[in-house]
Write a protein that binds this ligand. Sequence first.
Ligand code: PLP
Length: 341
Amino acid sequence: MEKKNLDWANLSFSYIKTDKRFVANYKNGAWEDGQLIDDDKVVITECAGVLQYSQSCFEGLKAYTTEDGHVVCFRPDLNAQRMEDSCRRLEMPVFPAARFVDAVVETVRANLAWVPPYGSGATLYIRPYMFASSAVIGVKPADEYQFRILVTPVGPYFKGGAKPITIRVSDFDRAAPRGTGNIKAGLNYAMSLHPIMDAHRQGYAENMYLDPATRTKVEETGGANFIFITKDGKLVTPKSDSILPSITRRSLLYVAQHYLNMEVEEREVPLTEVPSFAEVGLCGTAAVISPVGKIVNHDEEICVPSGMDAMGPVLTKLYDTLTGIQMGRIEAPEGWIKHIA
Ligand SMILES: *Cc1c(COP(=O)(O)O)cnc(C)c1O
C-alpha cells in the first residue's frame, strides 16, 4: 500500500480530508449496519436536534505505526465504553461498544495510506462522534441519530520537544456540580471556548479549572486531566465527579504502579497543595503528557520546581514508558493494543 505523499513530520493538528469515513444511522429504534462512504458532507434538516439543542458527543483516539511496522490503536474499548456513558447521559442511543471498535478498525483500514510512518511523530487521529439528526423544536431527545467516524493525520504534538507551559487558574467554571463534566459532550467544549481564548489573549496556554461547588480543589483543563508528582515521587491525580475520565490518565496510573513501582493516589487535590508538588503535567490523547512550568492565580505565581526548560524526570519516565508501550518498544498489558494492520 502506497502512503500519501505528505510532509508527515510537519503536519499540524488540523483537519485533512481522508478517503473514507464510517456512517451509521439510527432510525425506528435501531442502528443500521453502517458503511464506509466517500462523501465528507453531512446533510441534515435545519431543525436537527444537534443544531438546536446541541445533542452530540464524541471521542478521540489515535492510530499509529509501531516500530515493527504494524498499524495499531490504543485501548479503543475504553473510548467505546466512555461514549456509551456519554450517550446515556444525553438520552442518545448507545452505539454498542463491540461495534464501535469494529467500526474504528474498519475506518482506519480503509485509510491506511493516511497512517503516518513510524518515527515521524505524526499519528492518525480518529474522531468517532454522534449527533441528533432528526428535527426537534420542543425540547426533547431526537428520534434519529447519526454515528460517524472520521480520521485525519495530525503532526507531532510537540515539534522540537515538550516545553513546559504556563497556565492560569480560571475564573470560569468548566462543569456544574452533578452536570456533564464527566462525559465527552460537545457542549462542554462550546462553553470552554471563551475561557480558552481569553487565556490565550492574556498569554496563558491553558486554564486550570477548579471544582465548581467550592472553587478550592483542582479539577482539570479544558481538554486534559492533571497529574502531579510529589517531592517523594508519588503520583497524585484529582478525583471528582465532574472530571472527564481520561484514558491516558488511567493508563499512566497503571504504568506508574505496575511498570515504575510508584505509589499513586487518586483523591481531592486542594489548590493550596499545588505549590508543594515537584512536577505538574497535563495528560490526554493528543500530547500524552504536557509539562506545566508555571501556574498563575491572579497575583500568585506558582513556579513548579521542575522549571520552564524541560519536562521533569518522573513525568519523563512516565511519558517514555507509556509511549514505549504504544509504539511497541515495551511490552503492553493484555488488551491495550488493538492490532489493525
Ligand atoms: C478527551 C478529554 C480528556 C483526555 O482524555 P483522553 O482519553 O486521555 O484523551 C481530558 N479532559 C477532557 C475534558 C476531555 O474532553
